[in-house]
Design a protein around this ligand. Structure first.
Ligand SMILES: [Zn+2]
Ligand SMILES: [Zn+2]
Length: 152
């Protein structure tokens, strides 16, 4: 699938399931490993893992895109866009989005012993960590973007 097709696909899902347009960029990012998709707060773009699309297929990816569009629309509308928020849970259930990306068969999405993943807010690069750390004290090794930490 090429980039314009992915862009149109996300726009189509947004209109079909949310009744609202997706006005930002959707693109592939082969650096994503633990998730099939990611929404970026900084510029409202959505990135999709080409490997996940290839292995999981279009039907599963459609539901992953619905998940990312829940973050997108709620964030833009100033509502609760975090996984823990009631707004997010309600909307995700209503549109039938996937809660978690299924692990890819035969591909390690989690490094042995790792309990945390550091994610760059700018380029999506992921790094696994065994110990909890303060992401604000570090920058992305690839692009110097800001990092976030979550438990896996
Ligand atoms: Zn999410
Ligand atoms: Zn980065």
């Amino acid at each position: 699938m090429d980039a314009p097709t992915l862009q149109r696909w996300v726009e189509t899902i947004s209109l079909r399931d949310f009744g609202k347009p997706f006005r930002h960029h959707a693109q592939f990012n082969s650096r994503l490993r633990t998730t099939g998709g990611r929404y970026f707060l900084s510029d409202h773009r959505i990135e999709i893992s080409p490997r996940h699309l290839q292995i999981l297929g279009r039907e599963i990816m459609d539901r992953i895109i619905r998940h990312e569009l829940c973050h997108y629309h709620l964030h833009i509308e100033g509502k609760g866009y975090h996984h823990r928020d009631a707004d997010f849970k309600d909307l995700l259930a209503r549109v039938g989005g996937l809660r978690h990306t299924p692990p890819l068969p035969g591909i390690k999405s989690k490094r042995k012993g790792a309990r945390y993943v550091l994610t760059c807010q700018n380029c999506g690069q992921e790094a696994f960590r065994q110990r909890k750390m303060d992401p604000n004290r570090y920058r992305c090794g690839a692009c110097h973007g800001p990092l976030s930490l979550r438990e896996i």
